[in-house]
Design a protein around this ligand. Structure first.
Ligand code: 5AD
Ligand code: SF4
Length: 468
């Protein structure tokens, strides 16, 4: 893998190509909202479109096709889309006066959930495509360019994965040393606050062969870190040669691929934390010691109302088992405050989970009633004032823990995969095994190398390190 040109060179390479092709090729601008799965999907759509005659642009004013890949997980999602469309409409109108066509497409979870409404309310939108239809993106765009208003919100995940074209080696190289690989999509859990089961559909796992092919292709293009993605990534299951596999078995197999140095996965559900996955953390040096395991709330009553299928103690026991398997595990989580009916005592239980687990990182949110979810119809919605106050307290505790975790890394020696230039001259950046950004002195020629460094200082958002 050493001969692979650095991502920096590769990006420059692509830009030259863009400039050279600018008169002939149409340009696509993709804006991605929300989770890593959307980032992955945007990349796959870009791959498909660039193989069908488009080039990527980072300048929306220069685009012939603008795709907004949207997220519906929390409030104001649709409003954000409408206001973005309002801004793009002005660009579209300006270009139309000069005889140039701009096509606007809305993809992602807002498209899935509110596609028809978008078409009705926003006449400037030419295309609405849900997450399971991206394998047809080029065809849909071609129809929209001919003046048809296209709406596609079918559910055919297997077809999507089978038909989406793989990126070229050059495209993969341009994206850098760390890549996402979707192994599972959709969700059957139906947490009562969440829109995902409605926007992404039922849980579907990609086949072992498809995943291994994609991982080998990434390794061949010089990718060194692969993050497996899924809304319930640890619910992934498959089979090979008559053997049933779950995520643990898959990780053992992926760990055998030369060139891939680091493996991660996200996001997991506590009830799918199988023993083989925990064992993989014990056995596989390539599997990074980091687990994102959302608990959402600490009170058993609220966990039940959320339909989480686990108790506070069961969650804590899983964390305990994971830490027994590997004692340097960093734990990350998601929290929701102000779920309907949450009392001060319930909230204290959430704080108690946080105190017991000691998180290295976390995402925390005020509950946002999502249309069509059971939570939205529950009585005793918590006032915004109370929810805000709880969120402030919860985040203060989490911030304290993150600072403590970062401090605890000072003095540790780690392997650092250098990914890019730092903000300052003479600095390069990588990620620690625990996903923190680490800054070390160096130059761009070291990108893609793994350096042995010692953490010297912990800041609020990153670590500094020195070479050893
Ligand atoms: N309100 C607030 N937070 C939510 N999440 C999902 N749905 C909602 C909602 N309705 C959070 C959960 C989930 C993360 C991706 O987003 O914590 O784990
Ligand atoms: Fe949403 Fe719950 Fe499924 Fe996660 S497990 S995607 S929170 S329904």
């Amino acid at each position: 893998m050493e001969q692979v040109s650095s991502p920096v060179d590769a990006v420059a390479d692509n830009q030259e190509h863009d400039a050279a092709g600018s008169t002939a090729l149409k340009k696509v601008f993709v804006k991605t909202y929300g989770c890593q799965m959307n980032v992955y999907d945007s990349e796959r759509m870009e791959d498909a479109l660039t193989q069908d005659g488009y080039v990527k642009t980072d300048d929306i004013n220069d685009a012939d096709l603008v795709l907004l890949n949207t997220c519906h997980i929390r409030e104001k999602a649709a409003e954000k889309v409408y206001s973005a469309v309002g801004r793009i409409r002005k660009i579209k109108e300006k270009h139309a006066k000069q005889g140039r066509q701009v096509t606007i497409g809305i993809t992602g979870c807002v498209a899935q959930a509110e596609g028809k409404e978008i078409m009705r309310r926003a006449p400037a939108v030419d295309l609405v495509a849900g997450p399971q239809t991206y394998h047809d993106i080029s065809k849909m765009v071609a129809r929209a360019e001919k003046g048809e208003r296209v709406i596609s919100t079918e559910f055919e995940i297997e077809e999507k994965f089978a038909k989406l074209p793989a990126p070229t080696k050059k495209q993969t190289i341009a994206r850098g040393l760390a890549a996402f690989l979707t192994v599972q999509e959709g969700c059957d859990k139906f947490c009562t606050f969440c829109v995902v089961p409605y926007t992404r559909g039922a849980e579907v796992s990609r086949s072992v062969n498809q995943i291994l092919d994609e991982a080998n292709r990434l390794a061949d293009a010089g990718v060194k870190e692969v993050t497996l993605l899924g809304q319930n990534v640890n619910a992934w299951h498959g089979s090979l040669d008559g053997q049933k596999w779950n995520l643990g078995e898959l990780l053992y197999r992926l760990s055998d691929i030369d060139g891939i140095e680091r493996l991660r996965y996200t996001t997991s559900h506590p009830i799918d934390m199988e023993q083989s996955l925990i064992d993989a953390h014990r056995d596989l040096p390539k599997l990074m010691p980091y687990l994102h395991l959302p608990v959402q709330a600490g009170s058993d009553r609220i966990l039940k109302a959320m339909n989480r299928h686990h108790t506070k103690d069961q969650y804590l026991q899983i964390i305990e088992r994971v830490r027994q398997a590997r004692d340097d595990m960093a734990i990350s989580g998601d929290f929701i405050v102000g779920f309907p009916g949450e009392t001060e005592e319930d909230f204290e239980e959430t704080l108690d989970v946080i105190r017991q687990v000691k998180y290295a990182s976390a995402f925390s949110f005020k509950y946002s009633p999502r249309p069509g979810t059971p939570g939205a119809d529950l009585d005793h919605q918590v006032s915004d004032e109370v929810a805000s106050e709880r969120l402030t307290r919860l985040q203060a505790l989490l911030r304290e823990q993150m600072t403590e975790f970062n401090q605890s890394c000072v003095g540790k020696e780690i392997d650092l995969l250098i990914e890019k230039r730092g903000k300052r001259e003479g600095q390069v950046l990588g990620r620690s095994p625990w996903l923190q950004t680490v800054v070390v002195s160096g130059d761009a020629s070291e990108i893609s190398k793994t350096l042995r460094v010692k953490v010297s200082e912990a800041g609020p958002a990153s670590l500094n390190a020195v070479r050893i």
